[in-house]
Design a protein around this ligand. Structure first.
Ligand code: 4AD
Length: 451
């Protein structure tokens, strides 16, 4: 039996699924519509009854094909992930996930599917199988909800900055200077010259504050991390900002404001209730002010609470890096965002300015959050010409390629500071996702550069 598109039927209004399941869904009941999408789930009830969940990127709706429509040749061709155009009437049905159902009277297959989708991977597949098939995995409801929340969060960050009067710039990511130490640089051949993938856009942001004032960028940064942890990527999305004429205390308040205001904007998003339902519906704006903890007090906290430096059970000494595991143990024990401040100069990047009351320490800050650890790193910057020259020497850096950075201290210097927030780690925190790879479209990590 071949079902044909009947001319006698009421003309169908083309629409997206989100409209059919929105608050105004009652207005569609009884109307004839057409939708296009992919077959997300398929259930053959037998006896001429076929149930589909149709997905079009805007939402999901239950579709029922009954009688001849479920038994013709084309119906046999419907598999999961088949692309299909469906005509029919909207009916209320409390058993359907969205409370409405599309009762089809005609359909047309747009693109066939092999139907092997479910045999390639399932919930029990190992991580590499899932990552190799990320281009298909991302069609799942959880992964697509995460990617949509990533979009909502990125927009919320931008809105925060524009609302506070910042301008956005797009610095280059192919560079010839390092920012955060040579050990994590990706080196490449640039027309016969050495170049790197940038670790941070900070130095370029510093050059634009004299003409644009407060600035921010949302760009990829790269780190050749030689470790596999659940919060390290080789390519991550870096949200960085730089502000002229601020003091260290202002910087801490600016970071608090960024985090709290952006989370409020995310909570206010119309997409929040549906997308977060299975992720973290209880997300709240953290209370201000955030706890401030000096680095030296964090060392003491770890030693007092039995948090060990390493697997050998060593205790911490001043100057030790609090690495991922102990940092997370400490943050989870304190269980609220922590502004960890005033790290010793020896363990931090060359550009950080020193504390006025103790020149061995820097005006530096990491924001740590429960479940993830560090999500923001920032500092005040050395703004004195001579001091910067000394910092290059102390860090064995050839100042030649930094001439444009040094010039900022020659042509009207100013006290200034800024920070970088890892969007991926921020999402890991607010979406309660265990591993960073799961908040990224196509993660780049040690041992993985595909798809
Ligand atoms: O603390 P970091 O290294 O600071 C900087 O790069 C500064 N130059 C930023 C600035 O002041 N403009 O990195 C900042 C943040 C970290 O807190 C973390 O969230 C993220 O960038 N990050 C990474 N995220 C995922 N994978 C990695 N390998 C990351 N390295 C840093």
């Amino acid at each position: 039996i071949k079902i044909t598109k009947s001319k006698e039927l009421e003309k169908a209004k083309k629409t997206e699924i989100q409209n059919l399941i929105s608050e105004k869904k009652k207005e569609w009941v009884g109307k004839r519509i057409k939708v296009r999408g992919w077959v997300h789930r398929l259930r053959d009830q037998g006896a001429g009854l076929l149930f589909l969940i149709l997905r079009d990127g805007t939402g999901y709706i239950q579709v029922v094909l009954a009688g001849k429509l479920a038994e013709n040749y084309d119906a046999l061709m419907i598999k999961t992930e088949t692309t299909i155009k469906i005509y029919g009437k909207i009916a209320e049905d409390q058993r359907a996930p969205s409370g409405v159902e599309l009762q089809a009277d005609y359909f047309k297959i747009i693109g066939t599917s092999s139907g092997e989708y479910e045999s390639i991977f399932n919930e029990k597949s190992n991580v590499d199988v899932m990552l190799d098939n990320k281009h298909l995995v991302l069609r799942g409801s959880r992964t697509s909800a995460i990617l949509k929340m990533r979009s909502v969060a990125t927009q919320s960050f931008r809105e925060h900055y524009f609302h506070r009067g910042y301008f956005e710039v797009t610095p280059p990511t192919l560079v010839q200077t390092q920012v955060e130490g040579g050990s994590t640089l990706f080196k490449l051949d640039y027309y016969g010259e050495d170049a790197f993938l940038t670790q941070s856009s900070q130095l370029y942001l510093e050059t634009v504050i004299p003409s644009l004032g407060n600035v921010f960028c949302i760009m990829p940064s790269y780190r050749a991390e030689k470790q596999k942890t659940r919060r390290h990527l080789s390519e991550f999305t870096h949200i960085e900002a730089e502000c002229p004429f601020i003091k260290f205390e202002d910087l801490l308040n600016i970071i608090e404001d960024l985090v709290c205001d952006t989370i409020q904007r995310i909570l206010d998003s119309p997409f929040f209730p549906t997308l977060m339902k299975e992720l973290n519906p209880d997300l709240k704006v953290p209370k201000r002010p955030f706890k401030r903890l000096d680095y030296k007090d964090a060392i003491k906290f770890c030693n007092d609470h039995g948090i060990k430096k390493d697997d050998e059970g060593n205790t911490f000494e001043i100057g030790d890096d609090i690495t991922e595991k102990p940092e997370r143990e400490m943050t989870d024990m304190i269980n609220e965002p922590i502004l960890l401040i005033k790290f010793p100069a020896k363990m931090k990047a060359f550009y950080m300015s020193r504390c006025k009351d103790d020149s061995t320490l820097t005006e530096s800050v990491d924001l740590l959050v429960p479940g993830v650890g560090e999500i923001v790193g920032g500092s005040m910057r050395i703004h004195d010409y001579k001091e910067l020259q000394d910092a290059y020497s102390a860090n064995d850096l050839d100042s030649t390629p930094y001439y444009w950075y040094t010039d900022q201290r020659k042509f009207g210097t100013s006290p200034h500071g800024g920070y970088g927030l890892g969007l991926d780690r921020f999402l890991q925190w607010i979406l309660k996702v265990d591993h960073i790879r799961d908040v990224v479209l196509y993660p780049r990590m040690m041992g993985r550069c595909k798809p």
